[in-house]
Design a protein around this ligand. Structure first.
Ligand SMILES: [Zn+2]
Length: 427
């Protein structure tokens, strides 16, 4: 089916004014451009443009998780209190959302799902021969944040991929962690982000040892120190290392300091959850053993926010091609007497979408050309194609990348080929 959306029909057109309560770039641009709508702080609806981006990020994450043997499942968000009491999370996790039913029964909303997945998986595992096993899900998570004003960066309800792996012993978890780490780097690279993995940190507040994946970002909430030579990277909060000193790992490079955003995390869970639920398997020695587990998160809606924080200019968003809501934005700017340009733009939109390109077509008759240009910059589709009377007279269209300043004239009949060639050159 051709993917062609006419802007005159699109639900969620750009707003003239930015939202009043927006404190971050991603909140301001995503709401104003019509990608999301804020219901309350930290809780958003995804409009057609926003859902397209969310689903594209999701598809990339799913492909890479499947490629390393992850099996997708879907677990509930609504959990009985008892499983959270069993692990101690009910009292120790301050962001755990707790709700009470009309019969005074208490429940938690999932913020991570070790409490569900551990008994679920282990009820079906009998011996070490069935391990390792990795299952994951992609759905909504909840956190009872006191403050949630960073747009999609810190949601009270957010879309997340969480994978859980089960191993015979610690060495096997560490082997698998390296595989996941490489898959995570591939995901961030496909999204156009340059990520770094921090060294294991083992905070004293938790039994979990965690690894964080960070992207450099001026809007980042964290400060990292990283080596200019090797891949050493550490969260500045948990180290005594200073900027400018020699890297403790390679002893050649020097440490640099930068603001960064966390885009993924991995927790080394050890045997905690197996022990908490007393679920075991028969080991090689013939004795019962608790599984060594890992938890691997990527906040998909958070990534969408980070991508906007990373890729924008003063006019709007600059979506990387891999996750842009559309490949092409066709603008018809014929003005009041624009029947000829409307016919030409309609033909072009039909042809290009028929050739397999996803097309957003600005066919709004009431909108002035300046308004259409401004909205196109705000929405941030990678390629803009302008059909104007002047171009029409020369049998050309105006072609411009969102990241370029100047439009160039391309012969209409060469457009599809030009786009194909430029895309393949861009990789
Ligand atoms: Zn180094």
């Amino acid at each position: 089916m051709p993917d062609l959306v006419r802007q005159s029909h699109l639900f969620g057109t750009p707003l003239r004014e930015p939202p009043k309560d927006a404190e971050t770039v991603n909140h301001r641009l995503l709401v104003r451009a019509g990608f999301v709508d804020q219901l309350m702080a930290g809780v958003y609806s995804y409009l057609p443009l926003g859902l397209r981006v969310l689903k594209k990020i999701e598809a990339i994450v799913r492909q890479e998780m499947n490629a390393i043997g992850g099996q997708e499942i879907l677990m509930p968000s609504l959990h009985p209190k008892a499983i959270w009491e069993r692990t101690g999370g009910w009292n120790s996790i301050d962001v755990l959302f707790k709700i009470k039913s009309r019969t005074d029964k208490e429940y938690a909303l999932g913020q991570s799902e070790e409490e569900v997945v551990t008994p679920l998986v282990m009820s079906r595992i009998n011996t070490y021969k069935e391990l390792p096993l990795a299952v994951y899900q992609i759905h909504w998570k909840f956190r009872d944040e006191l403050r949630s004003k960073s747009g999609l960066l810190r949601g009270r309800e957010f879309y997340m991929k969480d994978m859980y792996s089960f191993h015979e012993h610690q060495e096997d978890f560490e082997r698998f962690y390296e595989i996941v780490k490489n898959a995570y780097f591939r995901i961030f690279e496909r999204l156009g982000l340059s990520a770094k993995a921090t060294e294991a940190s083992g905070g004293s507040f938790s039994e979990k040892i965690s690894y964080e994946f960070m992207v450099l970002s001026d809007a980042g909430e964290d400060v990292i120190l990283f080596c200019d030579t090797c891949e050493f990277c550490v969260n500045a909060d948990i180290t005594k290392q200073k900027e400018g000193t020699t890297c403790p790992k390679c002893r050649k490079g020097f440490l640099k300091k930068a603001k960064a955003s966390e885009v993924g995390n991995v927790f080394d869970l050890g045997e905690k959850y197996g022990k908490d639920f007393d679920v075991s398997f028969l080991g090689r020695s013939g004795k019962k053993q608790y599984p060594v587990m890992g938890c691997y998160g990527i906040g998909i809606s958070r990534l969408m926010g980070i991508l906007v924080e990373t890729f924008h200019d003063e006019k709007g968003i600059l979506w990387p091609a891999a996750i842009a809501p559309f490949a092409l934005h066709i603008l018809e700017v014929g003005g009041r007497d624009g029947q000829a340009t409307r016919d030409a733009a309609e033909k072009l939109a039909t042809e290009l979408s028929g050739a397999g390109l996803s097309v957003l077509y600005d066919d709004r008759e009431g909108a002035r050309p300046g308004e259409k240009f401004a909205d196109a910059d705000l929405i941030g589709v990678p390629w803009r194609v302008v059909v104007s009377p002047k171009h029409l007279a020369n049998d050309t269209v105006g072609l411009k990348r969102r990241t370029e300043r100047e439009e160039r004239a391309v012969r209409t009949r060469d457009l599809a080929r030009t786009l194909r060639e430029t895309e393949s050159l861009a990789g």
